[in-house]
Design a protein around this ligand. Sequence first.
Ligand code: NAD
Length: 504
Amino acid sequence: MTTNTKTVTIINHFICGVETSGQGQDTKPVYNPATGEITAELRLANAADLEATVAAAKTAANTWGDTSLAKRTAVLFKFRELVAAHVDDLAELITAEHGKVLLDAKGEIARGLDVIEFACGIPELLKGDYSDQVSTGIDVFSFREPLGVVAGITPFNFPVMVPLWMAPMAIATGNAFILKPSHRVPSAAMLLAKLWKQAGLPDGVFQVLHGDREVVSGLLTHPDVDGISFVGSTPVAKHIAEVAAKHGKRVQALGGAKNHAIVMPDADLDHAADHLAAAAFGSAGQRCMAISVAVAVGDAADLLVKKVEQRAVAIKVGNGTEPGADMGPVISPESREFICKTVAAAEAAGAAMIVDGRNVIVPGHEEGFWVGPTVIDHVNTEMSAYTEEIFGPVLAVVRVKDLDAGIALINANPYGNGTAIFTSSGADARKFQRSVDVGMIGINVPLPVPVAYHSFGGWKASLFGDKHIYGPEGVSFFTRGKVVTSRWPEPANASGASYNFPSN
Ligand code: NAD
């Protein structure tokens, strides 16, 4: 008889400054998608854990919101240094649970660092307005205060970047932040919690609570949670926005995407093909800003498809820890199955398979969740490969006759996260940027993720709520305004009561 002596790693919560198992008894397996192995068991919070976390956050928010800007900023600067010093550790955790290649993991951390750096400027960002002598002896000033307790619910595809889109902004503005990471990629969040603590952040200001929809539901309805920042798929985003709003909470809920890139006949087609391949297959297509539809205009199509094909077949698929690997696995067997099913449906409906990644296996990692780069030409808007967010390494090519038809296609699509145009015509680029109903636009740039001092947000089914995330709109989202009208009467000028509406 053989005894399995392999110990399973348990991933705990981080509540009130301490790593803790909590009281919930349920767990969920965490996988390494490159090997298909279970690498850990994740604890799932129960209602008592949720109560304890929210209570700790509420207490912490009172003190932290009252802490001077100088002290808050000092913590942010220290946190920035610690994250920068732990890039390798964070990247290893990301790759082990998400599967993306290490360099790509480091790239997402770099984008997270950008947001921390922006948040380090919070004293400048929170400067209010002052109007002197608006009426005789009266001044008016406005400033912003934290919401209190806010929660972030994040997706699997950016285990560090998306929590860092939220937490530094929420914390810099004086809130206590509860992170509910994706159950698929929980470990990086735990390291972030330890780094916040090491940076001197008081206990309870940043906490991590793992769980499934019950925990999310508890956060959405808890009377002591004041705001919800969500990033994930569109159906869940819509649900989150509706429930949170119904319970009187401020909410921003970023959803899914179907990002189109128009390629004009006058574009540099090598440049366009390089960037299309990178934007479609980087991170195995599991980016909310991935390009999943190439809109080939007129004569551009045949040559463009050839050039993208050349790049797609040269991509090395492998374990993200292997030097030289360009693309890792997808997140789960269910994801692989959905991708392959959608590609098969397009093929059956008459689309042309240019590169077929459905049967890719990485030697030595036969149990991994692999799908290779896939390019499908002659896709039409009826096919599920067009209508569904595939969220895998699949580029669908739709052919149109001119720019107007390309713009109409984009605007008829329910999503509006990102889009791009490849062209050498300034006039066409300008027409495009002014005509598309999309929040983030690239001109000869395929992944137009805004830098941290501009905000990130899509339109239509890609965002529910008014405010975009991070940047100036992030400051606004995590705070609410106060306006003070003030008079300090000099005793000699006391004028007695007036019963008319003041007229200066
Ligand atoms: P998801 O919607 O399945 O999960 C996101 C989060 O919501 C997770 O923490 C999950 O535990 C929780 N959740 C899932 N189902 C829930 C339910 N029914 N009730 C309450 N909570 C629930 O998304 P995912 O698969 O982890 O991530 C991929 C999706 O996220 C894609 O659609 C992608 O486009 C989107 N995304 C969007 C952006 C953006 O900026 N717009 C960024 C990254 C990812």
